[in-house]
Design a binder for this molecule. Sequence first.
Ligand SMILES: Nc1nc2c(ncn2[C@@H]2O[C@@H]3COP(=O)(O)O[C@H]4[C@@H](O)[C@H](n5cnc6c(=O)[nH]c(N)nc65)O[C@@H]4COP(=O)(O)O[C@H]3[C@H]2O)c(=O)[nH]1
Length: 849
Amino acid sequence: MMGDTRQLQIKDVYSHNLLCCDYTTRLYDALSLMRERRVSSIFIEQDGKIVGIWTESDCVSLDFEHSGLAQTAIGNIMNAPVHDILINQTLSEATIKFHQLGIRHLLVKDAHNQPQGVVSLSDIVRNQGLDHYLHFRPIEDHFESQISTLDAEACISEAIHAMRRDRTTAVLVYNQALAEYGIITQRDVAYVILNQDWRMPCWELASYPMESMTPKDSLFDAYRLMTARSIRHLVIREPGSDAVMGLLALKNVLTEIETAYCSELEKVLAQRDLALQKSEKNLYLANRIIDASLDGIMITRANGEIIQINPAFSALTGYQDYEVLGKNPSILSSGVHGQDYYERMWKELRHKGVWQGEICNKRKNGEVYVEWLTIIEINEPYSDDVLYAAIFSDITERKNAEEKIARLAYFDELTGLPNRRLFYDRLSMALASAQRDKHKLSVMFIDLDRFKEVNDTLGHSAGDKLLSQVSERIKAILKPGDTLARLGGDEFVVLLTEVEQMDDVVSFADQVLSELSVPFALGELNVAATASLGAAIYPEDGLDSESLLKHADVAMYRSKELGRNSFQLYKASMNARSLERLSMLSRFQSALEGGEFELHYQPLRCLTSGRIMSVECLLRWQDPNLGTISPAQFIPLAEELGLIVKVDQWVINEACRQMAQWLKEGLDIRRIAINISASHLSQGDLVMTMAKALEQHNLDGRYVELELTETSFVSNLHDAKVLLKKLKNLGVSIALDDFGTGYSALSYLTKLPIDILKIDASFIAKIPDEYGNSEIVTAIVAMAKALNLHVVAEGVEKSVQQKFLQKLGCHTMQGYHYCRPLPQSDWLNFYRSQRGLEAAPLQRLAGGR
Ligand SMILES: Nc1nc2c(ncn2[C@@H]2O[C@@H]3COP(=O)(O)O[C@H]4[C@@H](O)[C@H](n5cnc6c(=O)[nH]c(N)nc65)O[C@@H]4COP(=O)(O)O[C@H]3[C@H]2O)c(=O)[nH]1
């Protein structure tokens, strides 16, 4: 019942009628003033300050025998100190004060501590809306039955005496002559002090006739009657007999209301304490959660003032609480969003009470970051105030990852070029418009020649640099609307949309080849790169993406076959060759496991003694359908497919097995020479493979010679040296194959533990006729001898060549002139046939041809 009025403030109920008098004022004058202003209390001032209070009820306790009572200074008899209450405090607070101090009046002060009026317990009770409560309370439990009744002729001092004795607020007076009851109250007593006539008969002061009620009537009716008649007492009579039973004072009704009110208030306060405890606990929990949250949290007032942040806020923004509390969130603004962005945000927030979205903010260090922000409007309980809680997490990394994923879906990470998917999209769009507008377009494949060698020998980061530089150079010559994409590895593809005639494609291809002909700077090395290009034109070579790409690819492979560093336009006849190549690739893999490989042997002959010095094993692929396939065809394929290590391992093992077998059979051959692919050194463990094979076949390492090319050493001379030393520790000899075709760096010869130098067949083919070439061979032989290397001439086909080499003092020859590579059985026959001739002078042998 108190819920509605509990929050009423003193200003809503107090009385402005504040009556004051000075400390020295006589009681007589003070009472006169009270009577005149019709108030029941007066405040006493001293030096401009209120220091005490005097009320009508205080009169009863005065000593009426005292002759100068009316002249007494009110300061001497006042009640002090005066308790006060502020004008904007609640009625509940006032009630608690009344209760605790046992008083009935409080001085009301304003915010500046200035007295404004007075509030009594009655004022508060009257405003509590307790009427219905009084309905259920009968008078019988509340009236005073022990009330004194005086005779009408009794003097007034007796009445005062009775009131004081009985601690009542009134006495009854009976006038026998009139058979009437009258009443004298404390207020009446106060006025006797003014008259000073203590002998006055009671009936003269008594008020009559009196209103009366029965004990069964309700307090509510009694209260209503007293308020309506402005009286403070009712006579209670026995129903039927009309005999007076006692007196009901307004004070009795108010006391009852007060009791109810206070006990109700206590209940409410207890509930409030509980609620407070609960809310304190909730607050504690909320604060713990806010502090522990990994999301940044900021709480602001409606005007934007920041009132709370959590540790995650500081971690994410770099601002500590003392730097932001009291400030506006605009401190975090990055300037990325315009005013309209914030306006939309506030509009939604006001409309829905919540806003969520991505927002760019700025950390204290100036770094802009993206956050996922949720703002919630919070209405404060028991007030109109609104707070805003902003909860955010830094999603910069997630955004970057998302962007990267989106980029990766359409772009190549290394070069930043469109990838296969984007290229297909663009090609299909370009085809649609070419079809509509009836114009041509072209798709061109660009594949770097020997890119794998760069990767294998110079390392992947050099390979990556080369790819980036190639893409930059091609991009630079593209026309607007054309697309360059990287399909993977060293494979690029160009979409040319501005094609009017075939020449446009040819001239673009020329441009690409000329751009790539300038060496690329890869760190300290300048590397020359070439590419094989192939193109197909719409509509001649295909009407859809798939056939155009396939035909451009076929044309590109034709370029490769024709010696690389060239360009081919698609021709229908190319298809057959490309299919052949493809099927060879797949067949190769099964051939390795299916035993289709075998070794052929080519002897190397000493140019002085005519003896077979060693034999080189050369790999052959015997395809059941295609017959013998040359290693010149399938070794590069094996390298491309990453199968070369397996191939070499097979050859090493087979060569060792064969050599061990021959030695057992008594063949007198010093060494078997095995070719090792340059890529083997970067991909496999050559030393381990070699050691295992020697051990497995119980073969001494001195019977093996490994032929390596310069490409094997180019990437890292130091590593190559370590590797060759390990091989030499196994007893094997090292031959530098194809000398003269590669880098021909003399440094290899001096720094690496090489035993044999094999002059490439291309030099031998041109001796002794071609001027300059003979000089080169002469120089190589002289240099090798000076370095104490054994010199072998490869590809000796003519006796004139043999003679020339003999004159130079070259140690050994290899070539068709002496013997072609032979299968195992033919080779054994050849060997045996040669044994008998070994003693014959070489000149004769050579001359016999
Ligand atoms: N025109 C001409 N050619 C002659 C003459 N004498 C020998 N040849 C050929 O020259 C090549 C010599 O081998 P290579 O320079 O190491 O060059 C080899 C070698 O680099 C590679 N190769 C061969 N067998 C293997 C192998 O088992 N493993 C590895 N990794 N590579 C091998 O394939 C290349 C080609 O091998 P082949 O076709 O067997 O070709 C062989 C051989 O048949 C001649 O007088 N005139």
